[in-house]
Ligand binder design. Structure first.
Ligand code: ADP
Length: 575
């Protein structure tokens, strides 16, 4: 200071004047600089304030944590996110706000930050002060202070909403997957030109092929050819209407070559321009239902047919009953009035014939119902086959003669031949076949051929072959299958002309079956028919009957017990 005073005193007044001026100019310059500085300072303050506002209210939580994990500073958003005041956050360890189960994630994340430079992210669950858990995405980078200590700058985003959507998507996917897996049907998508773009896994279960095998193929290649047109029409209908179409039934090929019935619905998928970009279909296997339907239809048809047959039978039987009944009633009345013994004898013949016809019919019906109920028991007795055949031939010779037909009998059998079986039933079979042969033949002849063949395996067993051939009206080939059905006649006009109830052949067939034999028929309409029956028998020896002397019968007292008065009278008079 002393030095400065000495220098000033040494100055001349002009020099002092000049120096003062220079100092004033300098002062003005400084004052201007000061003003500029103040303006810049203000701007800086404003920008700092703006920065802090942005920093605080950013949609992302920011915080800086020390190397040992303590929160050093944070923005307001982070404090709001964690549910505490900003001041309360400072000096808190950040992992206090991380769910225990996800602490490991955070730990790893910090390690990674040290190994890899730049921003790193991780997703974990954080816990608010009030215990609410939320999903957060943390993005962080390592920063270094001048003192060489490490700092972590962390950004925290609440991603709960995104996570929920993701979860929902995962769940929806899982539900969709399980639906596809467990669905009874097949879900598929095809493009408008028919190319398969998706098939659910159930395809392998229902059609035996892996879904991948058919992706990219034309759907028509799996459809039964006859059903392709219907499928295409269905598709065209959706393209035309743009709405769901339901209930298409079609057949598809299974990998094993079988054909399955499917029932499908078809939904159009539209893009944002409302154009159909694909079709989603859901198909169900209805093969069983179809089979059931076919069976049901067949059963219904059979029921309808048997209903028809029943009515025809009732008409037929009532006719067959009424005819002899009319004769019985009419000729009994006439017999009462006549005194001419010859005429009376003729009337009695007619009454006798009619009552036998009636009896035969009733016997047939009873026989058939017995056979159908499985109640027919066969006799097993030794009998002479040749005698049985001769007896039948003798019985029917007169019937044939009445129609001027020749009844020829040929027997190609060993003599004598005794077999074990039921001769009555053999006679019943032959009687039915010969009666028919005579009934349906107007001219020519009826032949009965009997042959036997021994079994190669068992010398005691043989097969008896009965062949009844006629030169009658024959049977149309398409009618042969109904012949053996009970109450069935080839043609109602034939039955009107020839009579009969349609029971004879049914009885024959049932008897042959019970006797373990078989029956065949060959016939030409207008040429005649040939029925062949083959029955197995065991050969046996001729029984020896002891001659029993005729007992001397003393006058007897016989008690007849019968509730029906007519039967009682019949028995009394006979006795
Ligand atoms: P029916 O009492 O009507 O003769 P059947 O069961 O014995 O009953 O015969 C059924 C039908 O088979 C007959 O109505 C007839 O149309 C046909 N039929 C049977 N045997 C002959 C035959 N030998 N020639 C032509 N048709 C026959």
């Amino acid at each position: 200071m002393e030095q400065l005073n000495k220098e000033i005193e040494a100055l001349s007044p002009e020099e002092i004047q000049k120096t003062l001026h220079e100092l004033r100019v300098h002062q003005v310059g400084l004052e201007m600089q000061n003003l500029e500085l103040q303006r810049v300072q203000k701007e800086l303050d404003a920008s700092r304030e703006r920065y802090f506002e942005l920093y605080d209210l950013a949609p992302v939580g920011y915080c800086t944590i020390s190397e040992d994990g303590l929160i050093l500073e944070t923005n307001l958003t982070a404090a709001i996110l964690l549910g505490v005041t900003r001041n309360a956050l400072v000096r808190q360890p950040l992992n206090r706000f991380i769910l225990i189960e996800d602490q490991e994630v955070f730990c790893l994340h910090r390690k990674q930050l040290l190994q890899i430079a730049g921003l790193q992210g991780c997703e974990l669950r954080m816990v608010k002060n009030d215990g609410t858990v939320f999903w957060a995405c943390m993005e962080a980078a390592v920063a270094q202070t001048e003192g060489r200590t490490l700092l972590y700058r962390i950004m925290i985003f609440d991603i709960s909403e995104r996570k929920r959507t993701e979860m929902e998507l995962v769940n929806a996917n899982e539900q969709f997957r399980s639906l596809m897996h467990n669905s009874h049907g097949i879900i598929y998508t095809i493009s408008p030109d028919g190319v398969v773009s998706y098939v659910s896994p159930s395809y392998i279960r229902l059609l035996g092929r892996d879904p991948s095998a058919i992706l990219g193929m034309d759907f028509r290649s799996f459809i039964f050819p006859d059903d392709i047109a219907a499928c295409e029409a269905f598709q065209r209908e959706i393209l035309r209407t743009g709405v769901v179409q339901k209930g298409l039934e079609y057949r598809v090929f299974h990998a094993d070559g079988s054909i399955r019935w499917h029932l499908s619905n078809f939904t159009p998928c539209l893009n944002d321009k409302q154009e159909i970009v694909s079709f989603v279909g859901s198909a169900m296997d209805i093969t069983e239902q179809k089979r059931y339907q076919v069976e049901l239809d067949a059963a219904r048809k059979t029921a309808e047919e048997s209903e028809k047959v029943k009515s025809e039978f009732l008409a037929l039987v009532s006719h067959e009953i009424r005819t002899p009944l009319n004769a019985l009633v009419g000729f009994s009345a006439l017999a009462r009035k006549t005194s001419d013994p010859d005429i009376l004898s003729q009337y009695l013949d007619i009454i006798d014939h009619s009552s036998h016809s009636l009896m035969d019919l009733v016997n047939d019906i009873l026989d058939l119902s017995k056979i159908e109920a499985g109640q027919l028991s066969l006799e097993t007795i030794p009998f002479n086959l040749a005698d049985t055949v001769d007896l039948i031939a003798w019985q029917y010779a007169s019937l044939a003669a009445q129609k001027h037909l020749e009844l020829r009998v040929t027997k190609n059998i060993p003599q004598p031949l005794w077999i074990c079986g039921d001769p009555t039933r053999i006679r019943q079979i032959l009687a039915n076949l010969i009666t028919n042969a005579i009934k349906f033949t107007e001219s020519g002849n009826v032949t009965l051929n009997v042959t036997t063949t021994s079994s190669i395996l068992d010398t005691c067993s043989l097969t008896v072959r009965l062949e009844v051939r006629d030169t009658g009206i024959g049977i149309a080939s398409d009618k042969l299958n109904v012949l053996f059905q009970p109450f069935r006649q080839v043609d109602t006009s034939i039955s009107r002309k020839f009579g009969g109830t349609g029971l004879g052949l049914a009885i024959v067939q049932s008897l042959v079956k019970v006797m373990n034999g078989r029956i065949e028929i060959a016939s030409d309409e207008g040429q005649g028919s040939c029925f062949v029956v083959e029955l197995p028998f065991a050969e046996c020896v001729q029984p020896v009957y002891k001659k029993i002397p005729t007992p001397i019968v003393a006058p007897l007292h016989i008690l007849v017990v019968e509730d029906n008065a007519f039967n009682r009278r019949f028995l009394v008079d006979t006795l």
